[in-house]
Design a protein around this ligand. Structure first.
Ligand SMILES: Cc1ncc(COP(=O)(O)O)c(C=O)c1O
Length: 394
């Protein structure tokens, strides 16, 4: 069968589910209530506070502070836990650039650690080598909705007196041995940017169970005010990093949808893992041992070029796109991001760099598709594999 790239018929011409899904009646009604009620900001309205409390409770954390986005949530968490100029924060090299730039925003230095080959999570052995007197925090990233096992990091953090800030931007609803993301560190940060499993277009939250951290978070995101203080009392320097009532209105009803959406993606991931195993050369990365819930915000798939006639990942992505299956190239390893060099120095992270070269992503909307559409993914991959192998043999 001729590849669609070479003029053949594509495996799939139908589209994929939209993300975010169409607004629900509850979201429309809540948005209009905010609009007509006139309290559009968090300082006058009640929805931001209600959402902060409800989301924090859904993770098992005691407190939540909503922010304008996830990057700022990370910045706030770092600052509230005492990170600033002269400090170092250890982060994984395979993550979104914001994990690093939030550290820079806090005035500290991001230290890149390599990741584990199986899950692409922050490698505790690398952390053990990099942790030192300047380290103020360690930032595990629950990549793609897979929870990072906390125990080895907790041991290191305890031994060195450093904080753990979870980057849970992609992990709403994830859990490890029954412990939800949000309670696997001293503070955890979630994003509500457009692509995320819960979204208001933009937005973020920091959750914590530490009352002192909560007070500082609240103050720093609210121009240095105190919880029980006056409007023009600013005992410390803070910023206006507050969420709006419109964002909270969109987010509150999503708390009721999240579990079913995760269940749909988990089921799809199970089906797809089996189908891809039948293709050969493609492996859907599983969560780490101890995973209770991998939310499959993304499906990370390892592409073995040797099984595809030696053709590079970019060729595979182009051929799949033409077959009607849009995949994503995913991150560059942060060790290869030249803009970060002045902050990180030149470092080599071989596992993250190999992931950049060999891992492809399925966005969550593909994992919300019906079974026929999921089968199309494997059919397209098998077609591309056959064609690539045949062109090498020819
Ligand atoms: C791992 C990770 N960290 C941080 C962020 C930053 O979140 P935001 O885009 O809301 O600033 C994102 C998402 O964009 C992310 O995927």
């Amino acid at each position: 069968m001729t590849l669609a790239l070479d003029g053949g018929t594509p495996v799939r011409t139908a589209g994929w589910p939209a993300w975010p899904p169409p607004a629900t009646p509850a979201q429309r009604a809540a948005l209009l209530e905010v609009l007509d009620g006139g309290e559009w900001g968090a300082t006058g309205g009640t929805r931001v506070g209600a959402f902060a409390a409800a989301f924090a409770a859904s993770t098992g954390a005691r407190h939540g502070v909503c922010t304008v986005n996830g990057t700022v949530a990370l910045f706030l968490a770092l600052r509230a836990l005492g990170t600033g100029p002269g400090d170092e924060v250890i982060i994984p090299a395979y993550t979104f650039v914001a994990s690093a730039t939030a550290v820079v925003l806090a005035g500290a230095r991001p230290v890149l650690a390599d990741v584990t080959p199986g899950t692409l999570h922050l490698d505790p052995d690398a952390v053990a080598r990099l942790i030192g007197p300047r380290t103020k925090a360690v930032m595990p990233v629950h990549l793609a909705g897979a929870p990072v096992p906390p125990e080895p990091l907790e041991e290191l953090a305890r031994a060195h007196g450093v904080a753990i800030v979870e980057d849970a931007a992609q992990a709403h609803g994830a859990s490890w041995r029954g412990r939800p993301a949000g309670t696997l560190g001293d503070a955890a940060c979630f994003s509500f940017q457009s692509s995320k499993a819960m979204t208001a277009g933009e937005g973020g939250i920091v959750v914590t169970s530490d009352p002192a951290a909560y007070e500082r978070l609240w103050s720093l995101h609210n121009v240095g005010r105190r919880l029980a203080g006056g409007w023009y009392e600013h005992p410390e320097v803070g910023w206006n990093l507050r969420m709006t009532e419109f964002q909270a209105a969109l987010l509150l009803p999503q708390l009721d949808l999240l579990d079913a959406q995760i269940a749909a993606r988990e089921r799809a991931a199970g089906l797809l893992a089996g189908e891809l195993a039948g293709v050969g050369g493609l492996t859907l990365l599983p969560g780490p041992d101890g995973t209770t819930r991998h939310t499959r915000h993304l499906g990370l798939v390892r592409y073995d070029a040797r099984e595809f006639g030696g053709r590079p990942k970019a060729d595979f992505l182009a051929a799949m796109e033409a077959e009607g299956v849009p995949l994503d190239a995913g991150y560059r390893s942060l060790s290869r991001e030249t803009a970060l060099r002045p902050h990180t120095g030149a470092v080599s992270c071989p596992v993250a760099e190999a992931a950049e070269d060999s891992v492809v992503w399925l966005r969550q909307n593909l994992l919300m598709a019906d079974d026929g559409a999921l089968a199309d993914i494997a059919t397209a991959a098998a077609k591309v594999r056959r064609a690539f192998r045949a062109s090498r043999a020819a």
